[in-house]
Design a protein around this ligand. Structure first.
Ligand code: CTP
Ligand code: MG
Length: 227
């Protein structure tokens, strides 16, 4: 069955606090989103790459984008990431058994071997899964006044990344219900169906550009890449 990528890119980037949504910030000579798309389009097993923009996006048309017939733009973004993904999926016209790889626009440094590993590991899986990394740091739960209430064991805890890879039909079913605030990724919606997504080892370089300091890291990684 086919694989397609769905890239939610309809966020406003409030934590970045820039003059534009972070997906349009310049990194090593191109908008952040262009790097994300370039890395997805480099994967020949992706038959389509669908980008979900906000309906009122005024930035996309100001830049050049990779020329590739597999790239499609959908201006159907919603108020939350989950809504943007759900709307994108509704407009994708995917077959129920197509694999959909949902990938944050803001993860522009996705290493090619991590993407390969995800597809290799899951293409015969009954459920699907996601890239994720074991938690490295010690975890603290806070009490009032920013003091430590408790040290939480990191044993068995992983940080969820993207892409998250599920069958289009199963994902549509998972997202076609009232979405509570706990659904911050596709896997959690799938879990609510009682299904058990697989964890595939991701990569620290596949971080999500969220805060201003993330731009320093992303520019360093992408600059190396262009050298
Ligand atoms: N996203 C989206 N639609 C939304 C909100 C987010 O498509 N309504 C996308 C973002 O564009 C981003 C990805 O989901 O690529 C991950 O979200 P996040 O990192 O939170 O981006 P923003 O919501 O833009 O940033 P912030 O939360 O700081 O405002
Ligand atoms: Mg957000």
């Amino acid at each position: 069955s086919r694989c397609l990528a769905l890239v939610p890119a309809a966020g406003g980037g409030s934590r970045m606090g820039a003059d534009r949504p972070k997906q349009y910030l310049d990194l090593a000579g191109a908008p952040l989103l262009a790097h994300t798309l370039r890395r997805l389009l480099a994967e020949p097993r992706l038959a389509r790459v669908l980008v979900v923009l906000a309906p009122d996006d005024v930035w996309f048309d100001r830049f050049d984008w990779p020329r590739d017939v597999r790239l499609e733009i959908l201006r159907v973004g919603g108020a939350t990431r989950a809504e943007s993904v759900r709307n994108g999926l509704l407009h994708a016209g995917a077959a129920a058994d197509d694999w959909v790889l949902v990938h944050d626009a803001a993860r522009c440094c996705l290493p090619p071997d991590a993407l390969d590993r995800l597809i290799d590991t899951l293409q015969a899986d009954p459920v699907g899964g996601l890239l994720a990394l074991p938690v490295a740091d010690t975890l603290k739960r806070e009490t009032s006044g920013q003091r430590v209430a408790q040290t939480v064991s990191r044993e068995g805890l992983w940080l969820a990344q993207t892409p998250q890879m599920f069958r289009a039909g199963m994902l549509a079913l998972a997202l076609d219900r009232p979405l509570d605030r706990a659904v911050t990724d596709e896997a959690s919606a799938i879990e609510r169906l009682g299904l058990v997504p697989r964890l595939v080892t991701g990569d620290a370089l596949n971080f999500k550009v969220t805060w201003p300091h993330d731009l320093v890291l992303a520019r360093a990684v992408l600059g190396l890449d262009n050298a």
